[in-house]
Design a protein around this ligand. Structure first.
Ligand SMILES: [Zn+2]
Length: 81
């Protein structure tokens, strides 16, 4: 591993991380990063919380992609500050 991952990279991986769609290597990259980056860690928590709430609202196991995408869109704006 000789590539440095930025918060932008992690941000892009978070969606797959939450959905369990990343391979082991990618998961490790995310986990290593959030261990040392509070910004990405709190971002992950925010996304997870939002998904949990929307899961209850929709009473479904799977949150509609539309909802998830909106969360990402809003977070992305905040992230860019
Ligand atoms: Zn970060």
């Amino acid at each position: 591993m000789n590539r440095h991952f930025t918060c932008e990279d992690i941000f892009r991986l978070l969606s797959g991380y939450i959905d369990n769609e990343l391979d082991t290597l990618m998961r490790e990259i995310v986990e290593e990063h959030i261990k040392e980056c509070e910004r990405c860690l709190s971002l992950l928590h925010t996304i997870e919380k939002t998904i949990a709430i929307s899961r209850e609202t929709h009473r479904k196991k799977k949150v509609p992609k539309k909802v998830v995408n909106r969360v990402y869109y809003e977070l992305r704006i905040r992230y860019k500050r």
